[in-house]
Design a protein around this ligand. Structure first.
Ligand code: 5GP
Length: 304
């Protein structure tokens, strides 16, 4: 009699499975980083998990998901799990309908998403963390959408090679910048990265808006807040990186800052990402042309 062959897992399969397990763990670690850095909204992760339980989001354990969220420690995590009646062994993709809905409601209360408002003006502000590519998206809009008036800021920094006065910036000295502030010529102004001053000249914007044109400002977060205070109907857009790791890659890749400056900017980026709920819209800059199109589609012209 022939013995049935014992089922042994070939060495190559085992190695491939181990590699896949490592990749999945890495993907989950990256997703947790994105949640803690607020690069992704927890509600979006829950939606992806429900849509595909086999995905990275779907395979994340609920307790790990909760502790990845800002300001949720082990104690809070356990209280939330008990309150929502979710077992700690559950994965996000394995929640029943009732548990899924309970978690979603809890997330909406704890991490409210910005609600787009209908009464927004034609003044569009593009802001976002350092190295996310605001300048590149704005440059793409300048090249391809002449109907949109792109504001030209004043700055005290020196021009970089290829930058033209009056096109990329108005390059001014400190005395001229002080004069512009004193005369009320700037809609907003701020010192960026602790170094140079940048400000938005008010006149050209008022003229363009009076002509019925859409105006786009590409400015930093402090400036976006000042514009919001000056004109509460301004439309604020937050540009997000596809992931935290990608933001780090972009900052390292462009090689314009030394290690200390990069570390400082990354700390700033973390704080900046946390402010995205103040914005009316969020656009992910995975690809410049797509992000630029999404920003343009937010303008009142195409929304009407
Ligand atoms: P850069 O020197 O690389 O051109 O710009 C540095 C930073 O300054 C960018 O984050 C850009 O968004 C910001 N910025 C440019 N113009 C203005 C402005 O008029 N006001 C404010 N608040 N920030 C600006």
């Amino acid at each position: 009699m022939v013995e049935p062959a014992k089922r042994t897992v070939p060495e190559v399969d085992r190695a491939a499975a181990a590699r896949r397990a490592v990749e999945r763990r890495r993907a989950r670690a990256s997703l947790k980083r994105d949640l803690s850095m607020r690069v992704v909204a927890p509600q979006d992760v829950l939606t992806s998990a429900a849509a595909d339980p086999e995905s990275t989001a779907g395979s994340l354990r609920v307790p790990d998901f909760l502790t990845a969220l800002p300001a949720i420690g082990a104690g809070k995590r356990d209280r939330i799990l008990a309150e929502l009646q979710i077992s700690p062994v559950k994965r996000l993709g394995g929640l029943g309908r009732r548990q899924h809905d309970a978690l979603r409601t809890w997330l909406d209360t704890r991490f409210p998403l910005p609600l787009p408002r209908a009464d927004r003006s034609r003044l569009l502000v593009l802001a976002g963390p350092t190295a996310v590519g605001k300048g590149t998206v704005a440059a793409h809009i300048r090249e391809n959408h002449p109907e949109i008036h792109l504001s030209v800021s004043a700055t005290t920094r020196a021009p970089r090679p290829g930058e033209q006065n009056g096109v990329h910036y108005y390059f001014v000295d400190d005395a001229e910048f002080d004069r512009m502030i004193a005369e009320g010529e700037l809609l907003e102004h701020a010192t960026v990265h602790n170094k140079f001053r940048y400000g938005t000249p008010r006149g050209p914007i008022e003229e363009a808006l009076a002509d019925g044109r859409t105006v786009l400002l590409e400015i930093d977060l402090q400036g976006a807040r000042q514009v919001r205070a000056a004109d509460p109907s301004a439309n604020l857009v937050f540009l997000l990186p596809p992931s935290w790791d990608e933001l780090v890659n972009r900052l390292v890749g462009r090689g314009t800052e030394d290690a200390e400056e990069r570390a400082r900017r990354l700390r700033t980026a973390k704080v900046e990402l946390a402010s995205q709920s103040e914005f009316d819209h969020r656009v992910v800059n995975e690809d410049v042309a797509t992000a630029a199109r999404e920003v343009v589609e937010l303008t009142s012209d195409s929304a009407r």
